[in-house]
Design a protein around this ligand. Structure first.
Ligand SMILES: C[S@@+](CC[C@H](N)C(=O)[O-])C[C@H]1O[C@@H](n2cnc3c(N)ncnc32)[C@H](O)[C@@H]1O
Length: 218
């Protein structure tokens, strides 16, 4: 296939075209979600296309028990909950920052998805190792990237066979990132390599949002 522009320009054109297709139909948009909270600090949340992709996975797979690691203001949680509440799925989400967690809980109430979500205000490093084996149908990993490789074995252990593991920001190793995110690159690369090579997982890294590693447990 020939490209008139360099690849990154072409990729940006793809992204804008895809975004334009869905913008009017997207019920929950990230920028609106953030402005409704009135939160002024920069909080990294998944992109709109990543949120739609998560919803699509839920519609396809209908996972009943979902774990999200890294809630922040609850944009991805709310996006998933809007899909999960249509078929009776539920989400446990973990956030250790008390102020952020309080705002997320308010957002869940305002959006009418609080019945679908249980928010654990705690350190994922303490919580995740204590879930039982084969407990979740889906795990969305979106915490500090330095924890991704640390928690991977537990994520695979607590996932059911046939369950889906999604890791956000999987393209960090090849993105032009601000200096403050540089310490997130090596662990993200390690996570990608571990998932790709895992005999327990079949996976694909997709260029959705900042990259989504999608894996199914054998
Ligand atoms: C990238 S944000 C999550 C964004 C969210 N999933 C979304 O798209 O709406 C990562 C969050 O993980 C939280 N976090 C970082 N380390 C954590 C830990 N050890 N335990 C629990 N939460 C943690 C941060 O406070 C931050 O709010």
């Amino acid at each position: 296939m020939k490209h008139g522009n360099n690849y990154m320009d072409t990729f940006e054109e793809y992204r804008l075209y895809i975004e334009s297709l869905y913008r009017s139909k997207t019920v929950l948009q990230r920028d609106n979600f953030i402005s409704q909270t009135g939160w002024k600090e920069f909080i990294p949340l998944v992109d709109d296309d990543a949120a739609r992709f998560l919803q699509l996975i839920l519609q396809l797979k209908r996972p009943l028990k979902i774990l999200e690691i890294g809630t922040s203001l609850g944009f991805s949680t709310t996006s998933m909950a809007l899909a999960a509440q249509q078929y009776g799925g539920s989400i446990i989400t973990i956030e250790f920052d008390a102020d952020v967690a309080e705002q997320a809980q308010k957002n869940f109430r305002q959006t009418g998805v609080d019945d679908t979500i249980q928010l654990l205000r705690s350190d994922a490093l303490q919580i995740v190792p204590n879930f039982p084996d084969a407990y979740f149908d889906m795990i969305f990993q979106d915490v500090d990237k330095r924890l991704y490789p640390v928690l991977l074995d537990d994520c695979v252990r607590i996932l059911k066979s046939g369950g889906v593991l999604v890791g956000d920001d999987a393209l960090f190793p090849v993105m032009a990132l601000d200096e403050k995110w540089k310490d997130q690159i090596a662990p993200m690369r390690e996570f990608n390599e571990l998932v790709a090579a895992s005999p327990q997982l079949d996976s694909m890294l997709l260029p959705v949002g900042d990259g989504m590693m999608v894996a199914v447990k054998r």
